[in-house]
Design a binder for this molecule. Structure first.
Ligand SMILES: *Cc1c(COP(=O)(O)O)cnc(C)c1O
Length: 372
């Protein structure tokens, strides 16, 4: 039977696995950091209205530059992220994964490298590979915090073209402060991978869940700094596929060189605009999830688990002698969490109060069985 490796695929893709969080049919799914709350009914109605309107002109290509959507995203950031930006600073694509792909197509690529500090978001490495960008795994401390001197040393030695800083970080939940980003930004510019410096991407997919203010203000006066955001988590719209970046307008111009024409469908733009009309309701859910996250942290600690401080809508916990065995045992109790391959640790997404109770009951039962 013909398999992938019998095809004339690129050498660097041979023997690799695709991104693959299991999509299993179990009662409680807390494994992909989705928002557990379905969109409120008035928003569902508004999406239907706006999509119906868009449908009337689907014979035409959509607004290639998504100006109305970028304007509303800029207003949202200005209102919630502590820094004034306009549509010229904002670019949107089909999920922040596509934003990251466009950035790597523009600033990475064959002969170039990108670094991330692992464990971190696995898609940074995967999209690097997909765009022919060499991947460098940078260090992190035992407690999963970023070791600034060590990270800066890795940047100085490896001179990457692109630096990923994920804050809050996935899967650990840890956030960094502005000083850390600035230190690594300076290190990346000093390393001079290129006479024009290096691109620093701050992936703030979980920014709305953080105890810390957004790192958005750092883009001011730093054209090589990009902030990446998504509507997949805080806006409860993972199915929409809408991510965006904020940066100097020159970065927005640069990604136009690689984006596919009309990449953002009229239906996507209409849906995202409807969701942005309901920002306040959706951010209300974020507050509930933050409270549930904090409850999970304290309950897990009360059960004697080691829990990494979390600024996101998920929690990393352990330690397990064998994380994969523990993952399966929790699954046997009807709750799907995530094994990200971090030794001894698992990750659970904050769900509804009932889902979180089911999760806590499952880990209690697993703990009892292990001690029996
Ligand atoms: C979930 C996540 C994203 C979001 O990806 P989308 O393509 O916008 O759904 C981006 N970065 C990190 C770190 C994430 O965990």
């Amino acid at each position: 039977m013909t398999g992938i490796d019998d095809l004339p695929i690129r050498d660097e893709l041979r023997g690799k696995s695709p991104y693959g969080a299991p999509q299993l049919d179990v009662p409680v799914r807390l494994n992909t950091n989705e928002n557990p709350y379905p969109l409120p009914e008035p928003l569902v109605e508004r999406i239907a209205e706006r999509v119906r309107e868009a449908a009337r002109t689907l014979n035409r290509y959509p607004d290639r530059d998504a100006v109305e959507l970028r304007t509303e995203l800029a207003k949202y950031l200005t209102r919630t992220a502590g820094h004034e930006v306009g549509p010229a600073n904002v670019w949107a694509a089909n999920g922040s994964n596509e934003v990251i792909q466009q950035l790597l197509q523009t600033f990475g690529g064959p002969g170039r490298t990108a670094i991330g500090f692992e464990p971190s978001y696995s898609m940074h490495a995967l999209i690097s590979r997909g765009t022919g960008t060499g991947w460098i795994s940078g260090p992190r401390r035992e407690d999963f915090s970023l070791d600034v001197p060590e990270a800066a040393r890795a940047i100085a030695e490896q001179r990457p073209d692109v630096v990923f800083i994920t804050s809050p970080n996935n899967p650990t939940g840890t956030a960094v402060d502005a000083e850390t980003v600035l230190a690594l930004y300076e290190a990346a510019q000093a390393a001079k991978a290129n006479p024009a410096g290096a691109l620093v991407v701050v992936d703030e997919a979980y920014g709305e869940f953080s105890h810390h203010p957004s790192l958005l203000p750092l883009i001011e006066g730093r054209p090589n700094l990009v902030l990446s955001r998504t509507m997949s988590k805080a806006f409860g719209a993972a199915g929409l596929r809408l991510g965006y970046l904020a940066a100097h307008p020159a970065v927005v111009d640069a990604v136009q060189l690689v984006r596919l024409p009309y990449h953002l469908s009229a239906v996507t733009q209409a849906t995202a605009l409807a969701a942005l009309e309901h920002t306040d309701t959706l951010l209300g859910y974020v507050e509930q999830l933050k409270a549930e996250r904090d409850r999970l942290v304290s309950e897990l600690r009360a059960l004697d688990f080691e829990v990494t401080d979390s600024d996101a809508n998920f929690i990393q916990f352990g330690r397990f002698a064998d994380a994969h065995v523990a993952w399966q045992e929790i699954l046997d109790h009807g709750v799907l969490v995530r094994d990200n391959g971090v030794p001894g640790r698992l990750r659970v997404t904050a769900g509804t109060p009932a889902e979180n109770d089911a999760f806590l009951e499952a880990v209690r039962a697993v703990k009892k069985e292990q001690n029996a």
